[in-house]
Design a protein. Structure first.
Lengths: 167, 105, 348
C-alpha cells in the first residue's frame, strides 16, 4: 500500500517539476511547483515526519509560493513577454542536466540495495524534534533567527524607494 | 510502524536526484529570473527530501532538524531575492537575466 | 480501524458537510436580517415565514443564472479558483472536536472526525492555503479589478498569518499540546484558555477577521473601489461557491476560535449541572455540542455585527496595523506568557 503511494507521489512530483520548467506561463509554473511541494509533503508523511510535512506546507505552499505568485501578479508577467533561449542552448542545457543525473545515478551503482527501515518511527514527532532542536542545535537556531531578522530588514530596505534619487 | 520496508532507499535517492537534475535544467533553460529562483527552491527541496529519508533510515532526528534550517534559509533567500528582483524590474522593466549583464567584464 | 468506527466516521463526515452547508446557507439569511436590523429595515420577509425560505430561493437563482466565462480568461484556472476556495474552506472542519464521547451499542465514539497530534499546525496550514482560491480566481479573470483584489488578498493574508501564528505559539505554550481534542478536554477541568491568554485571544480574533476577508478588512472585494474585487467576473454558481466558501470559513473559524479560547464544547458548572439533572453520557455530550454551536452562532453574529458597524480600513492602515501593531504585541504576548510560566514554576 505505502509503496504504491510512494511511486504515485514520486510520479506526480517529477511530472509537476518538469511542467514547472517547461510551461510557458510563469503563473502555471508557480502552480505546478505548489503541486510538487504537496507531493513532497506527502513523501514526508509516508516517512512519518508529520511535523515537517505540515511545516513544509505552511512555509513553502502557504508563504513562499504565495510570495512568488504575488510578485508575478505585481509585475504582470504574461506569456508574450516571456523571453526564450535559443533552441540549441536549450538542447545543451537539457543534455548537461541529463549528464548530471547520470553521474548521480552512476554513483549509486556499487551500493547495496537496502530497504528503508524506520529504526525509530517516533523521531518525526514534534516533541522529539523539539528536544533535538533546543538541545543540540540551540545555537544554530538562535543564529537562524538573526538571519531571518536581517533578511526582513534587507527586504524592507531594498524595496524602499530611494529618497535621494528623487530630489 | 515499519510500513516502508518495501521501498528501497535507492529509490528515494533516485527520486531526489531526478528532482535536483530537473531543477538544474530549469536554471539552465529559462531566462526569467523568477522561474530560475523557483528552480533553486526545487533543488533545495530535493535535498530536503533526501535528508528526511536518511533521517528516517538511521533513526536520527538531526537530519530533520537540518531541514528546518534549510527552510529558514530558503525563506530568507526568497524575501531578499524577490525584493531585489522587484527593484531590478522597477529600474529596467525586465526580469530577463540575459539583459542583466551590466556587471559583465 | 474496525468497522463500527469507520461507519461512524463516515456518518460524521457527511453530517459535517451537510451542517457546514446549512449553516453557510442560513448565514446569508442571517447576514441580511442582521444588516436590516442594524439599519432599521425589515430584511427579506417574502419567501416563507419571516423569509426563512430565502436561502433556498437564492440557491435556485444562483443555479439558474447564466454562466459567463470571459473569453480572455484562462478557462482552467477560472474554474479551478472557486473549487479551491470551497475545498480549503471545508478542509479545516475535520479536526474540530464537536463534542465529548458518544456511547452507541457498547462502542465509544468521539465526536471528532480525526485527531492529529499536530492539529493546530494543520489548521494553520489549511488557513494559509485559503488564499490560493482567491488569487487564482482573481488572476484568471484577466480583469484589472480582479487582479487588484487578488494582490490585496495575498498581501493581507500573508501579513496577518504571522501575528496569528505568534498568538497560536503563546497558546501552545500554555496548553502544552497541539491536539485539538486535548485542548478542548483541558478546558473542561480548568478555566477556558481566554483566562490565560486574553491578549492572544484578541490578536487571534483580529487576525481571523483579516484571514476571512470580512469587514472591516474586506479590502479584496471592496465594492466601492474594486467593483467586486476578485469575483468581479464570476457569475452563477461559481460566484455562489466563493460566497459560500466565505460563510463556511466563517463557521469553521468561529468553531476554531471557540475550541482554542472559549472552552469548546465545555461550559461552566457542567459537571454539577449534569449530575443535578441526572443526564446520561450521551445526553451530556449532546448538550455540550448544543452549547458549542450556540457559541459558534454568537461569533457568526459578532462577525456580522462588526461588518455592519465599522467602516472599512484603508489599505495602508491595514498593513500598518498588521506589521506595526499586531506583530510586536503578539511577540510581547509570547514573552509575557513565557515569563509568567517561568515565575509560576510551570517551566524551569
Amino acid at each position: 500500500m505505502t509503496q504504491y503511494a510512494f511511486y504515485f507521489l514520486a510520479f506526480v512530483s517529477i511530472l509537476c517539476a518538469l511542467m514547472v520548467v517547461f510551461s510557458k506561463n510563469p503563473i502555471h509554473s508557480v502552480l505546478y511547483l505548489v503541486l510538487t511541494f504537496f507531493s513532497i509533503a506527502g513523501q514526508y508523511l509516508l516517512l512519518n515526519a508529520q511535523f515537517l510535512a505540515v511545516v513544509h506546507i505552511v512555509v513553502y505552499s502557504g508563504a513562499i509560493m504565495v510570495l512568488f505568485l504575488f510578485v508575478l501578479m505585481l509585475l504582470n508577467l504574461n506569456t508574450e513577454a516571456e523571453p526564450q533561449k535559443s533552441t540549441w542552448l536549450k538542447f545543451a542545457a537539457v543534455i548537461s542536466g541529463g549528464l548530471l543525473l547520470i553521474t548521480f545515478v552512476a554513483s549509486l551503482k556499487g551500493s547495496e540495495n537496502m530497504a528503508l527501515v524506520q529504526k525509530n518511527p517516533e523521531i518525526g514527532l514534534t516533541a522529539n524534534l523539539g528536544k533535538i532542536l533546543f538541545n543540540e542545535f540551540a545555537l544554530p537556531f538562535e543564529i537562524s533567527s538573526i538571519l531571518l531578522l536581517s533578511a526582513m530588514v534587507g527586504a524592507v530596505m531594498l524595496s524602499q524607494k530611494e529618497k535621494e534619487a528623487k530630489q | 510502524m515499519n510500513a516502508l520496508q518495501s521501498v528501497p532507499l535507492n529509490h528515494y535517492i533516485l527520486l531526489s536526484a531526478m528532482l535536483f537534475a530537473i531543477g538544474v535544467i530549469g536554471v539552465l533553460v529559462r531566462r526569467n529570473a523568477i522561474i530560475i529562483f523557483m528552480c533553486i527552491e526545487l533543488m533545495l527541496n530535493a535535498v530536503n527530501l533526501l535528508m528526511v529519508a536518511f533521517s528516517a533510515h538511521h533513526g536520527d532526528g538531526s537530519g530533520q532538524v537540518f531541514v528546518f534550517f534549510i527552510m529558514a534559509v530558503a525563506a530568507a533567500e526568497v524575501a531578499v531575492g524577490l525584493a531585489i528582483l522587484i527593484m531590478i524590474h522597477r529600474n529596467s522593466k525586465t526580469t530577463d537575466i540575459d539583459f542583466l549583464n551590466k556587471l559583465k567584464f | 480501524m474496525e468497522t463500527p468506527v469507520l461507519i461512524f466516521k463516515c456518518v460524521l463526515v457527511v453530517a459535517l458537510f451537510i451542517v457546514s452547508l446549512l449553516v453557510a446557507m442560513y448565514s446569508t439569511y442571517a447576514e441580511r436580517k442582521v444588516a436590516a436590523f442594524l439599519q432599521d429595515r425589515l430584511g427579506p420577509n417574502r419567501a416563507g415565514v419571516f423569509g426563512l425560505l430565502q436561502p433556498l430561493a437564492d440557491g435556485v437563482k444562483m443555479f439558474m443564472k447564466e454562466e459567463i466565462i470571459p473569453n480572455v480568461s484562462n478557462k482552467t484556472l477560472f474554474i479551478l479558483g472557486p473549487c479551491l476556495a470551497m475545498i480549503t474552506a471545508l478542509m479545516a472542519g475535520v479536526l474540530i472536536p464537536w463534542g465529548g464521547n458518544l456511547e452507541i451499542a457498547g462502542h465509544v465514539f468521539a465526536l471528532q472526525i480525526t485527531d492529529l497530534n499536530i492539529g493546530i499546525l494543520y489548521i494553520f496550514g489549511v488557513t494559509s492555503l485559503g488564499v490560493y482560491g482567491i488569487m487564482i480566481g482573481g488572476w484568471a479573470s484577466n480583469n484589472k479589478y480582479s487582479l487588484f483584489g487578488a494582490i490585496r488578498a495575498s498581501a493581507q493574508m500573508v501579513s496577518y498569518e504571522i501575528a496569528m501564528g505568534l498568538a497560536i505559539i503563546a497558546l501552545i505554550m500554555t496548553t502544552g499540546t497541539m491536539s485539538l481534542s486535548e485542548i478542548a478536554h483541558q478546558q473542561g477541568s480548568g478555566y477556558a484558555n481566554i483566562v490565560y491568554q486574553p491578549l492572544g485571544f484578541l490578536i487571534f480574533l483580529i487576525c481571523v477577521f483579516a484571514e476571512l476577508n470580512r469587514a472591516p478588512f474586506d479590502m479584496p472585494e471592496s465594492e466601492s473601489e474594486l467593483v467586486g474585487g476578485y469575483h468581479t467576473e464570476y457569475s452563477s454558481m461559481k460566484l455562489g461557491f466563493y460566497l459560500f466558501a466565505e460563510y463556511i470559513n466563517m463557521f469553521i473559524s468561529s468553531a476554531v476560535l471557540v475550541t482554542f479560547y472559549l472552552g469548546g464544547y465545555n461550559f461552566p458548572f457542567q459537571a454539577e449541572l449534569n449530575s443535578m439533572l441526572g443526564l446520561s453520557t450521551n445526553a451530556a455530550t449532546l448538550l455540550g455540542t448544543g452549547v458549542f454551536f450556540l457559541k459558534i452562532f454568537f461569533f457568526i453574529f459578532f462577525f456580522m455585527w462588526v461588518r455592519w458597524t465599522l467602516p472599512r480600513f484603508r489599505y495602508d492602515q491595514l498593513m500598518k496595523l498588521g506589521w506595526q501593531s499586531l506583530i510586536p504585541i503578539s511577540i510581547l504576548n509570547v514573552l509575557i506568557t513565557g515569563l509568567v510560566m517561568w515565575f509560576t514554576g510551570k517551566i524551569n
